[in-house]
Ligand binder design. Structure first.
Ligand SMILES: *Cc1c(COP(=O)(O)O)cnc(C)c1O
Length: 397
């Protein structure tokens, strides 16, 4: 297929040439570096083909530090570097503390090992009855439909399986997963993730969604993705038109910093939200990226402005080579303390730790119940004032 067919009228209008499309100076710089034709920048297949994977190319776009150079040279195997030109254009060329750089440019810190670190911290493989499917909770299942992303996150909890691997799984693998869901009537919610499911073409993605949605006991599906953030060009009118047919379909988008919420990302999220897809966010708490209440609160506010409802903040999983990203649990609790009550309830997600060994998501947060005895529940509010609630006896309840 001609990749330009992926663009329809509206998307083409947005593409135009670099200037008309309203590209930022930095986007224009990257656009020019790749010597792209006017429509290329808006073509998601072009973005994928031109992902930045070498020190040579990245070194021409930004000023690499020695830590980054060593990181890129030393990362190999499945944890290769790969960044879409669009996402690379968000990097600050001179500031190594740029949150975009920290998330996707390898640093030599990754080579350190810590005893608590694991290959599969959430023990997904142990809860996988058939390849690609994780069935941990009673009524819902996680379906990992591919092993590829548009940009690799250095803290990826699935780095054991995600990399320059298979773009799709085999038909037999998909069929075995469908059969498992069909046979388990308790599954009412299927979370399609990966890799990144939006790396699949529209037809393959539709085949998966359609088949899952056709299972009578599946009430709804949701898609877990980072593509609208790292490759917003993928959210075409065709894609959205297809997804719309399978309503109710929910989408959880992985956002970590306000800097990711560009005009282009807003355009993609508007397309999704306008077609009736409820959007939620998932954020990983990362040292240096979003580990202060100020940065996190701004992110939550900026998400609400583009109609994305903050859903989860995750404590960073103990994946191999991620120690430099992990914050003390108290940092996350303090962030939650500064959100609840201080800002719109819609801007307050749930902070969770995915329990190592496969315990699932455990909510963690400040304690607002000071004591509960003698029929009295002593509460404290966000401002620290205490109040008593008369607590009905539960002995006969
Ligand atoms: C996160 C997750 C889900 C979905 O959990 P929700 O709390 O319902 O969003 C389902 N299965 C697995 C294995 C998960 O990790």
């Amino acid at each position: 297929m001609n990749p330009l067919n992926a663009l329809n009228g509206k998307d083409k209008a947005l593409a135009g040439n670099g200037k008309k499309a309203g590209l930022t100076p930095q986007e224009n710089r990257v656009f020019k570096f790749f010597d792209a034709a006017p429509l290329d920048w808006e073509d998601w297949c072009w973005q994928i083909r031109h992902r930045v994977t070498t020190r040579d190319v990245l070194g021409k776009l930004i000023k690499l530090t020695p830590q980054e150079e060593r990181g890129i040279d030393g990362c190999g195997g499945k944890r290769t570097m790969s960044v879409s030109p669009y996402f690379a254009s968000l990097m600050d060329p001179d500031d190594a503390a740029c949150p975009i750089r920290l998330q996707c440019v390898p640093r030599d810190h990754e080579f350190a090992r810590s005893p608590e670190e694991m290959t599969d911290p959430c023990a997904e493989d142990q809860h996988s009855p058939v390849h690609g499917l994780v069935h941990r909770y009673p009524d819902r299942a996680l379906f990992l439909v591919n092993e590829m992303c548009a940009t690799y996150c250095r803290y990826c909890t699935r780095s054991r399986m995600v990399g320059e691997g298979r773009r799709t799984l085999s038909r037999e693998t998909y069929e075995a997963a469908f059969d498992y869901i069909r046979a388990h009537k308790e599954i009412r919610d299927v979370l399609i993730s990966g890799g990144d499911p939006l790396m699949l073409g529209d037809r393959m993605l539709e085949y998966i969604i359609k088949t899952v949605k056709a299972i009578p006991h599946v009430e709804f599906v949701r898609i877990g993705t980072r593509v609208p953030v790292v490759l917003p060009q993928r959210v075409t009118s065709e894609l959205v038109g297809m997804l719309k047919k399978y309503s109710p379909l929910w989408m959880s988008i992985h956002f970590n910093h306000s800097k990711e919420i560009t005009k282009r990302v807003k355009f993609a999220c508007d397309l999704l939200a306008d077609s009736g897809i409820p959007l939620g966010s998932q954020t990983v708490l990362l040292k240096g990226v979003n580990d202060t209440p100020e940065v996190m609160k701004k992110l939550m506010h900026d998400l609400l402005k583009i109609r994305v409802r903050p859903y989860y903040i995750y404590q960073c999983d103990p994946i191999h080579g991620s120690k430099h990203f992990r914050t003390p649990v108290s940092v996350g609790i303090r962030i939650m303390e500064k959100l609840r009550g201080h800002t719109s309830g819609y801007a307050v997600p749930t902070f969770v730790i995915d329990a190592p060994g496969g315990g699932g998501k455990v909510p963690v947060g400040p304690d607002y119940v000071v004591s509960r005895e003698d029929g009295k529940c002593l509460l404290r509010n966000y401002a620290g004032a205490t109040f008593t609630y008369h607590d009905p006896a539960d002995i006969l309840y």
